[in-house]
Design a protein around this ligand. Structure first.
Ligand code: FRU
Length: 470
């Protein structure tokens, strides 16, 4: 007998050892990309790629949570369920927009040809709407974009929508029929009728810029346009592009009249092992805020055996500094601080935190060669982050990724600055005011011991504070 796909059959959580306190994780089951990140009627909404019946990827739904402050999230019923004629095989990633007081979701319908080949599929673009931000109705005349342009492969997904000068635009992740990743652009006056404008930007080669650009996002920051996306199959280099797939950006100038985007080279957004498929929103007070999946395809996901998989990063404010994007935890994160666990001057070996799994650490020190260690109760190095002051390089090692370090090169400064968020099975390390960020999942029994240790022949001077977070 086939199992009924109803709420009673949602997979239960069987162990909470890796569950985060303040990061968005699925109520149960599987999560990947953040979707539909939007502000609507006094709440921030986040949706996510979700499969509630098992802690693994399956026919995609849109899970849903909302928050007044980007930090404390309330779980809501699943917003979109697959299986209608426009999304027979899954409701894939997409975005949201508010128009005339109504919340609109735009998403990819995924369809298999039914020959048991998971790579044999087609995709289209669809709408759903809600007036209360909780219950969603699929638009009666879906799809709104029924097929990919003639010169493209079957990869045609992840619409990001925005409004500019009275028109609506959608950018889509796509692949040309000669195998290059690209972002394509559509325009509409009303959200329902869409006109194809052409290729906004395309990979210069598979090795350098990828063969499929997943989850594109496009926005203006400080008068420049940013194309943020997740290209697949970039060739790894010695110090960068070392994840299975990357997330990063081009900075450029876009002309809405000619639809020309002049841009620079591809830069990675986060330097950790676990970051993918990010999406941004513009907050009511004008901040550009990004949130990502704090995981990577084909990772270990130790929480899988506990009835859930995957979580999202903290929302981070994007700031454009010259030709580089920095990320800082949104200011609202300070409302998580419960009490100061310890603080004081740094010594050559300083224990920053030992007995808590949900903490924030802030440390500022005069530039020197130092290492940050995250250890388990048996004193194993789970994660270490070494800073070399001569080359201003950070090198991160992770026990689950042996001989696969991650690097970040930062500008020369006389101060070193760390802002670290730990939440049970995820750590986000912001260095130099977010000039570089490392996002890492980790799995240990008990609470992590986190210390800062200076090199044997190097001095250390600075201050730290550790907060317990809710
Ligand atoms: C990115 C992605 C998207 C797709 C979704 C499916 O991680 O592959 O391109 O829409 O996940 O879950």
């Amino acid at each position: 007998m086939t199992k009924q796909l109803t709420e009673e059959n949602f997979i239960p959580i069987t162990n909470t050892r890796y569950r985060p306190n303040y990061h968005v994780a699925p109520t149960n089951g599987w999560m990947n990309d953040p979707n539909g990140f939007v502000y609507f009627q006094g709440y921030y909404h986040i949706f996510y790629q979700h499969y509630p019946y098992a802690a693994q990827w399956g026919p995609m739904h849109w899970g849903h949570k909302r928050s007044r402050d980007l930090i404390h999230w309330e779980g809501l019923p699943i917003a979109l369920t697959p299986g209608d004629s426009e999304d027979t095989g899954g409701v894939f990633s997409g975005s949201a927009i508010v128009k005339d007081g109504r919340l609109w979701l735009v998403y990819t319908g995924h369809h298999y040809y039914g020959d048991n080949d998971p790579e044999h599929f087609w995709q289209n673009q669809n709408l759903a709407y809600s007036d209360d931000g909780i219950h969603f109705t699929k638009y009666a005349n879906n799809p709104i974009i029924s097929q990919a342009p003639d010169d493209s492969s079957h990869h045609f997904r992840d619409p990001k929508i925005w409004e500019h000068n009275g028109f609506y635009y959608i950018i889509l992740g796509n692949q040309s029929n000669n195998g290059l990743g690209r972002a394509i652009l559509y325009q509409s006056a009303d959200l329902f009728e869409w006109q194809y404008l052409g290729v906004l930007d395309q990979s210069q080669s598979i090795a350098a810029e990828g063969d499929m650009w997943e989850c594109p996002d496009f926005f203006t920051l400080n008068g420049k346009e940013i194309l943020l996306m997740s290209p697949m199959n970039i060739q790894p280099q010695a110090y960068q592009f070392k994840n299975l797939y990357q997330t990063g950006y081009f900075i450029g100038q876009f002309d809405y009249t000619t639809q020309k985007f002049e841009r620079n080279h591809f830069q990675e957004l986060d330097h950790g092992h676990d970051f993918y498929a990010s999406q941004t929103l513009l907050s009511p007070d004008g901040r550009r805020i990004v949130i990502g999946w704090a995981d990577m395809w084909e990772s270990k996901f130790n929480e899988k055996s506990d009835g859930w998989t995957g979580l999202l990063t903290l929302p981070r404010q994007l700031i454009l500094n010259d030709d580089h994007l920095t990320m800082q935890p949104v200011a609202e994160t300070s409302s998580l601080r419960q009490e100061i666990l310890c603080q004081g001057p740094l010594s050559p070996t300083t224990m920053l935190s030992q007995h808590n799994s949900a903490i924030e650490i802030k440390a500022t020190l005069a530039t020197s060669n130092v290492s940050l260690y995250v250890k388990d109760v048996l004193n194993n190095d789970i994660i270490s982050l070494y800073f070399d002051k001569d080359t201003h390089t950070f090198v991160l090692n992770h026990i689950d990724h042996p001989n696969d370090p991650r690097y970040a090169f930062v500008n020369e400064l006389d101060q070193l600055d760390f802002n670290i968020f730990v939440d049970h099975s995820v750590i986000e390390i912001f260095v130099q005011q977010g000039e570089a960020v490392f996002t890492e999942r980790f799995y240990i029994a008990g609470t992590p011991a986190i210390s800062l240790v200076s090199d044997a022949n190097s001095t250390i001077s600075g201050q730290f504070t550790t907060y317990r977070l809710d």
